[in-house]
Design a protein around this ligand. Structure first.
Ligand code: ADP
Length: 576
């Protein structure tokens, strides 16, 4: 429905023109075709009627003419009457008997098919209309009647010529009209049939004998008047030729007079059957029109769809073009910004590097000064003085560590951290690290456990100095973030392709929501900052970088308040 509305909205004028065109084309062939259909039906029915009419007419005309001849013979030679009658019966198979009647209606001579001459008997014919007509000099056929043996008969009444005005004698021939019945029964008219009405409009012949017996009068039908009274042919095309028959059916009927008896033959068909072609033609016209409209709608719909798609495509192309231009612009802006950032970052690294170098020299001097003082090189110190010197030394060492860390970061980022890989065992590196933290652990009352390696470890391609930075950082953090009474355990994990070190503690742990940022440069967890003010968030960043440069991985598992496990794995595969 939506589509139909769109089509009508967009193609309204074309749609109307198409429909009008279709109506015009259909009308151009439909009207003559329909007329032809009716004319063909009429021609067919008239052909049937004409054949029936001529057969009945010929048959009755022969009977009439021959009997008129015999009447003349009887008039000329009355003594030959019986012979003439016998000859007549011989020539006409449909005649069953011939009789001569006197004016008063008395049978004078009668001959039947058995050849016997009937006894003189009085058969009163005076009330018979045909008999009366014959006495006026007019031959006449009586309407058929059904005899006791069930066969239809009719009589032919012929006046015997006589000089003078009156006719004294009449010949009455009885004829079996069964053959007339077979004439009207013979044509195949589908559901239709032929019937014959006599001059008064009474149905005298019908394929159904019962109808003949009923002797229905159809004189009120206009078509009957046309044929019987006006004596013209009714072709069924005039509107008043139509009628509803005795069975209530709408009919298509043609009629034709039978001149010799002034009867009429009618060929009646159900209208629907006779004009079936008409309905088929209309159905074809409507069908083709609908088909054409549907095709039009389908084509129009596809055209609109295509238009919409093309518009959409153009719009998208335009948008795409704009987006592409915008992307190019953004890309240029971004690469510009990136270049600037890289430059700034480089400047920053250079600054950090320079500043750190500059700071390290005086700090180193300061450290040696504190050592010299504490060692008593300048004379003995009081306990208070020693404490101040120790604090100063501690702060200086922290600063040196920070400077070293910053320098390491700068080196990593500038790609000049300087690794030297050698195939060597891992154990000595661990063994060297542990003692550095034993005192710190003792001071802090934290138990430091080193679980012995279960089996001999394979040699690894290592930079020992860098790996010891990693181990130191992990041990340092574990002790730093574990409160007194806790435990820090270091163990080596030995796999087929990897060797790992795991540092486990029972410390403060790391909040879950910050765990993913733990290896980020300068990141410190919130709980760590509360516990430990010293710390710069650089150690893990450097450690991870070192492990990854060795081709390994670094991991963390931690539960806040319970403890953490930091571990790293190094590949066993030897470097070529
Ligand atoms: P920092 O100098 O702060 O220790 P690191 O890079 O070594 O720097 O560590 C970064 C942060 O990771 C620490 O500040 C701390 O929040 C957290 N952290 C590292 N090791 C542990 C640990 N064993 N237990 C709890 N938190 C840890």
């Amino acid at each position: 429905m939506q589509h139909l509305r769109t089509i009508l909205a967009r193609q309204g004028i074309f749609f109307v023109l198409t429909v009008l065109g279709l109506i015009a084309i259909n009308a151009a062939w439909l009207v003559p075709t329909l007329t032809n259909t009716r004319v063909s039906a009429s021609v067919f029915a008239l052909t049937v009627a004409e054949r029936i009419q001529s057969e009945i007419n010929d048959s009755l005309e022969n009977a009439l003419n021959d009997t008129v001849e015999v009447a003349q013979e009887v008039s000329d030679e009355p003594q030959r009457t019986t012979t003439a009658f016998r000859n007549l019966l011989r020539h006409h198979a449909i005649f069953t008997s011939v009789a001569l009647f006197s004016r008063s209606g008395k049978e004078l001579i009668g001959v039947d098919r058995s050849g016997s001459v009937g006894p003189e008997k009085f058969v009163d014919q005076s009330r018979n209309a045909s008999f009366y007509l014959a006495l006026q000099g007019t031959p006449a056929f009586s309407p058929p009647f059904i005899s006791s043996n069930g066969e239809p008969y009719a009589t032919l009444t012929i006046p015997v010529p006589k000089t003078g005005l009156l006719f004294d004698q009449v010949i009455i021939v009885e004829l079996n009209v069964q053959n007339l019945l077979s004439i009207i029964r013979s044509p195949n008219i589908g559901q239709g049939h032929a019937y014959v009405l006599d001059r008064d409009g009474i149905q005298i012949l019908h394929p159904d004998l019962a109808k003949i017996i009923q002797r229905q009068n159809f004189s009120s039908r206009p078509i009957v008047t046309k044929v019987l009274v006006d004596g013209v042919i009714a072709d069924g095309l005039a509107p008043d030729d139509e009628y509803i028959n005795e069975d209530g059916k709408d009919t298509f009927t043609v009629g034709m007079p039978i001149p010799v008896v002034k009867w009429g033959v009618f060929v009646e068909q159900p209208r629907a059957q006779a004009l079936a072609g008409e309905r088929q033609t209309v159905a074809i016209a409507v069908g083709t029109s609908l088909l054409a409209i549907i095709i039009f709608l389908v084509i129009a719909r596809s055209t609109i769809k295509l238009q919409q798609l093309t518009e959409e495509q153009t719009r998208l192309l335009l948008e795409n073009d704009q987006s592409a231009k915008m992307l190019v612009r953004r890309d240029m802006e971004l690469s510009g910004a990136n270049t600037r950032l890289l430059e700034i970052d480089k400047t920053k690294s250079e600054f950090v590097s320079v500043a750190a170098h500059q700071l390290r020299t005086p700090l180193t001097a300061l450290r040696w000064s504190y050592h010299a003082l504490l060692d008593g090189d300048m004379g003995p110190l009081t306990e208070d003085q020693r404490k101040i010197m120790r604090d100063g030394l501690h702060a200086t060492l922290q600063m040196i560590t920070l400077i070293n860390d910053l320098l390491n970061v700068a080196r990593i980022e500038e790609g000049r951290f300087g690794f030297t890989f050698t195939l060597q065992p891992l154990e000595p590196i661990i063994a060297a690290s542990i003692p550095r933290f034993e005192k710190i652990a003792r001071d802090k009352a934290v138990t430091l456990v080193f679980q012995p390696t279960p089996a001999t470890l394979p040699l690894l391609l290592l930079d020992a100095e860098k790996i010891s930075i990693v181990i130191d950082n992990l041990l340092d953090n574990a002790l730093k973030y574990t409160t007194p009474g806790g435990t820090v355990t270091l163990r080596v994990t030995n796999g087929k392709t990897k060797v790992g070190i795991e540092v486990k503690d029972t410390g403060i742990g790391i909040p879950k929501d910050q765990l993913h940022r733990i290896f980020n440069k300068f990141f410190r967890a919130s709980n760590a900052m509360l516990l430990q003010t010293s710390g710069n968030g650089i150690g893990l960043y450097v450690a991870k970088n070192i492990v990854e440069t060795h081709g390994g991985d670094m991991f963390v598992e931690s539960v806040e308040g319970k403890g953490s496990i930091f571990s790293f794995m190094l590949p066993v595969k030897e470097r070529s």
